[in-house]
Design a protein around this ligand. Structure first.
Ligand code: HSE
Length: 309
């Protein structure tokens, strides 16, 4: 541990998982919402603990064995075969149960903050496993499509979830995203996953493979027309869209306002619209100004989690 550092503060961004055609394997980080986490050494303690949580409306437990941030921070210590007492302040600056990767933001923030306090012995890629241990405790499944972009930034393709083989995909310069967020509705990822069929018919699997591959190609080539044709979900959306009020109406209005593609963010209920340029993204947001929803307009966040003052 660096002797001169007594405290580290980080910001871990919200993330959109699946991106319409990459269930459990594709995600991106955005600007705006996220978690701020502060970590400090607590010599009188023997474990990683939580000193306070703000912004959660009292919904999260202070039990460190149940919080994704502290589970991930502890996993970093375990990975390095270290011990000691540490305490975390967790400031939620994003909604949870919203499909914006709240549990992953905490997990990423916890792992990254611990690593920074220790003098950054691990690379961001090497922190993936620890962050995933936090995320898996919340989601009850092992998928890195939120954690990976939260840690690495940008758009991430998870080639293989078990081994956490993740690659960054370059975002087109002019790709903007409008997020539609329902403040009144929460959907637990673990429950939404029950809406996804355990068996997929071959014709759906081949169609999905085609769409996922063509989205990746569209992103590499900045081919917005190909991106538009590729955001199609045969796997998760059919069973989940009925959980989300006004899904069909919001999709139609987003596309009419200029979005090129539309889908569910992670397990929902947040929705995303891909847009070609900031002006188009703002027009989509304006189309919903009188609805009981909030919007975020963002470019792809290529930094991921960062240290802040
Ligand atoms: N890929 C996950 C799901 C993301 O759709 O269940 C959850 O945020």
């Amino acid at each position: 541990m660096q002797d001169d550092i007594s405290e580290v503060r980080v910001f871990a961004p919200a993330t959109l998982a699946n991106l319409g055609c990459g269930y459990d394997v594709l995600g991106m980080a955005i600007h705006g919402p996220g978690d701020e986490i502060v970590i400090r050494k607590a010599s009188e303690k023997r474990h990683v603990t939580i000193s306070q949580i703000t912004g959660d409306n009292g919904k999260l437990s202070l039990d460190a064995t149940k919080n994704t941030a502290t589970i991930a921070a502890q996993a970093v210590l375990d990975q390095l075969d270290l011990g000691g007492g540490f305490e975390l302040d967790i400031h939620k600056k994003m909604p949870f149960g919203s499909g914006l990767g709240s549990s992953a933001a905490s997990a990423v923030g916890g792992a990254f903050a611990m690593n920074e306090l220790l003098g950054a012995p691990l690379s961001r890629h090497e922190l993936l496993h620890a962050a995933m241990q936090g995320e898996a405790a919340a989601s009850k499944a092992w998928h890195a499509d939120n954690v990976a972009p939260g840690l690495l930034g940008g758009i991430c393709l998870v080639r293989d979830n078990p081994s956490l083989d993740v690659v960054n995909i370059p975002p087109p310069e002019n790709l903007w995203i409008t997020v539609l967020y329902h403040p009144e509705i929460e959907i637990l990822t673990s429950e939404a996953r029950e809406r996804v069929p355990s068996v997929v018919e071959t014709h759906h699997a081949t169609a999905q493979a085609g769409h996922l591959a063509s989205l990746i190609s569209g992103l590499y080539e900045s081919d917005f027309d190909l991106i538009k044709r590729s955001v199609v979900d045969h796997i998760a959306e059919p069973g989940r869209r009925e959980l989300i009020p006004h899904f069909g109406d919001y999709e139609k209005r987003s596309l009419e306002a200029g979005a090129i593609a539309f889908g569910i963010s992670g397990s929902g209920p947040s929705l995303f619209a891909f847009c070609h340029g900031e002006i188009a993204a703002n027009k989509v947001a304006q189309a919903f100004q009188y609805e009981p929803i909030d919007t975020y307009v963002s470019k792809v966040n290529t930094q991921g989690v960062i240290r802040i003052e």
